[in-house]
Design a protein around this ligand. Sequence first.
Ligand code: SAM
Length: 220
Amino acid sequence: MFDQISDNYDFLNRLFSFRFDVYWRRSLVKGAKLQDEDFVLDLATGTGDLAFAIKRHKPDVRVVGTDVAKKMLIIAKEKAKMKSVKIDFCQKKVNFLPFEQQSFDHVFISFGVRNFANIHGELQEVYRVLRPKGRIHIVDFFQQQSSVGKMFINLYVSVLMPSIVALFYKNKSAYNYLPNSIKTFYKSKKFKEIVSNCGFKFVEERKLSFGLCEIVRFEK
Ligand SMILES: C[S@@+](CC[C@H](N)C(=O)[O-])C[C@H]1O[C@@H](n2cnc3c(N)ncnc32)[C@H](O)[C@@H]1O
């Protein structure tokens, strides 16, 4: 599905979020306390925006970005060339990562976990490739706790987003999926339980933009 929307993915991300997506990724990276010698994996990298934010913040870290969607990765690679940034992008599913165990100091996932089909399996694979004491950093839209938050999100993703999409596209089916995934993903409390059950130790959480999205960090 992401291949179908890859051409406009960055543009619509900025538009739908009023450019807050840039700030959300930057916050995820800044709070990760990266060291120059770290080896970092950006999982479900898409068009690579998080990987670029990491390199902007710490130019010396080695970054690999993986994603299942070929066309998203083509755009990521074009952007890396344009920016003259060295990032290895490769097409891989989260549950079959071609890396040895304990390879990475940090694994990042921005707006990706919501799309994972078998979250336990995928988190176990992350656990395998992380070094002991390595960290996983996640930012995503979790289900809102308060009724006001729920009402706002429902209104936004059910009314405003489809209206914007209708302005740009004849075929809207790919974009129907995104609002639904935002409305139906876990509450952050449940999600933290799931990650902890996969063997990770909870480190911290931070709500962004009045709780619209949230950062959670765990350690192996
Ligand atoms: C909403 S995009 C997020 C992209 C990027 N991280 C960002 O911050 O914009 C979700 C991405 O997850 C990828 N994805 C979903 N399931 C995946 C899986 N099982 N393995 C690898 N990538 C996956 C999709 O192809 C898509 O590029």
